[in-house]
Design a protein around this ligand. Sequence first.
Ligand SMILES: NC(=O)c1ccc[n+]([C@@H]2O[C@H](COP(=O)([O-])OP(=O)(O)OC[C@H]3O[C@@H](n4cnc5c(N)ncnc54)[C@H](OP(=O)(O)O)[C@@H]3O)[C@@H](O)[C@H]2O)c1
Length: 280
Amino acid sequence: MTGAPDAAHGAVDATTAWERLLSIRTADRAVASGLVPDGAGGARWAGAATPEAVWLAERYLPLCLAGPRVAFGQLGQSLDGFIATRTGDADYVTGEEDRRHLHRLRALADAVLVGAGTAVADDPRLTVRACAGRDPVRVVLDPRGRVPRHRQVFTDGAAPTLWVVGPDAATDGVGDGVEVLALPDTAAFAPQRLLAALAARGLGRVLIEGGGVTVSRFLRARALDRLYVTVAPVLLGDGVPGLRFPGTPVMRDALRPPLRRALLGEDTLFELDLRTAAGS
Ligand SMILES: NC(=O)c1ccc[n+]([C@@H]2O[C@H](COP(=O)([O-])OP(=O)(O)OC[C@H]3O[C@@H](n4cnc5c(N)ncnc54)[C@H](OP(=O)(O)O)[C@@H]3O)[C@@H](O)[C@H]2O)c1
């Protein structure tokens, strides 16, 4: 996605498009950045643009404009609905283009939140490396304080980390750059309350990155505005489940939120708009 030749000819290329999108949070700013309403609820570049630049604006402008408070989840799953093998191996379920997409979601977030299971199994860095952009604050939900102190989010100093624990967790031995947020009780871990606590710290745009238990809890609590699910053409048979919530007995009552689809290499991205379901 380098587009220097196109840039030389005046067309907005992918690099320029992404840099501009990173700074857009209001409709006025979108216009100032060269985007104009397309008459169908979206926007297009006012001047010439490469196909990649057009795709980036189509895909991410709605998220750029969704704040100042927005919670968006993501999962990469197999065709049969698993986000990792039964041993917890998620390296990688989806392909390279979805990894770039995930890093773009991080770059558009103030905070990226994972459950303790993911911090234990994956030892993720949660930084932005596959595209340009700032690293979000890393948030680890760990009510029992079970995530080992040597995990990279606690030791690498690459970005601030907020370790959210319950009242009985031992939190000694973490390094600089790690802030402990000790919540008083289980009720304080309710997704809406967690999001309010993050917003009070200036972290209004939150990516719920995984795993399945965590994203499902936010979904069930109607705390997600958007959900990005990437489906890879692979069958795992069993493994770590993705979304789980109390279902409906009949198909006509199933959750069918408005969605957009996109191809990411061999994978398919589903972008669900949950705002109606969330009542926000
Ligand atoms: N493919 C993907 O997109 C993707 C993304 C991320 C992770 N993964 C994979 O998913 C697996 C881990 O997922 P998982 O579903 O088992 O676990 P998880 O969602 O990462 O972590 C779940 C745990 O986090 C804590 N937690 C989460 N939300 C909470 C809340 N609102 N209140 C209190 N505690 C909360 C709880 O810890 P306690 O159990 O201590 O109470 C809970 O059991 C790993 O294998 C990882 O590789 C895949």
